[in-house]
Design a protein around this ligand. Sequence first.
Ligand code: IPE
Ligand code: IPE
Ligand code: MG
Ligand code: MG
Ligand code: MG
Length: 295
Amino acid sequence: MNPAASIDGNTYLNDTSSLVDRILERHLPADQTPPTTLHQAMRYSVMAGGKRLRPGLALAVFEYAGGDGKKAPDTIHKAMAALEMVHTYSLIHDDLPCMDDDDLRRGRPTCHKQFNEAVAVLAGDALHVLAFDLMAQTGSNRAVLELAEAVSTGGMLGGQIADVEAEGREVSYEEIKSIHTRKTGALIRGAVRIGAILADANEELLARLTVYGERIGLAFQVIDDILDIEGDEKLLGKEVGSDSKNQKATYPAVIGLEKSHDEARRLINEGLAVFADEEDHVLKFLARYIGQRAY
Ligand code: IPE
Ligand code: IPE
Ligand code: MG
Ligand code: MG
Ligand code: MG
């Protein structure tokens, strides 16, 4: 694989997804190893596919920042697995009846539908703890702290509780921006920063890449909201209309569909502006892909 030769972000993610799958395969406990139900459920949700955006971004940033994956491939690879495991854990819990109550994920019945709620809760917990185990194995204390910050009550978990508590009531633009920045933006920002940290990026570059991660991370959730209205269930692999069913606070609900599209475009352009004057490269492709994705 030569990322620089990728023609667009979608191609890049497709190219890297087989690498991501191999890494995940290596680090997930075997189905036959007890407790088998738990290991089966972890594998069921993680190996169901998905875009692998967070590990793809971490790898692309790592390479952009001059990280040498050949010298220590295990380091960035373990971080990539950790990011995808945290993300998948968040999806398993997000789909539970007590949260968004969804039946379809990554084109399959959700974890609690396929197994049961107790298994789904525990499989999510197990992926969460395995993710931190793997991130610790990178030997980078800073990367572990980044992941903790991204998932914390100040990040993804804070966003998820705010999302649940906003159901059924009117929220302001500032509020929806804050919810989305945390529930989805924080882990995408974290993936970018972890890629840079593991590549030993200097603080100036890290700060610039952080702006990139923040803008595309928020844009990603704005588009997710839009796709819940305009998207194709088959392509998405999850039910559309889930947000209105749950009276969720979303960008389209707060500012309308058209302005949501404008907002996503603006955020992607701000992310791209970090690389002003640079020739096209994978991080620019990925930003454009996030702005245009259909699934
Ligand atoms: C879905 O994430 C949940 C959000 C944070 C919006 P993705 O759209 O990245 O889901 P997968 O990993 O491709 O299944
Ligand atoms: C999910 O947001 C955010 C996290 C899982 C942290 P959504 O609830 O909008 O994601 P989907 O639409 O179910 O994938
Ligand atoms: Mg949700
Ligand atoms: Mg959901
Ligand atoms: Mg959604």
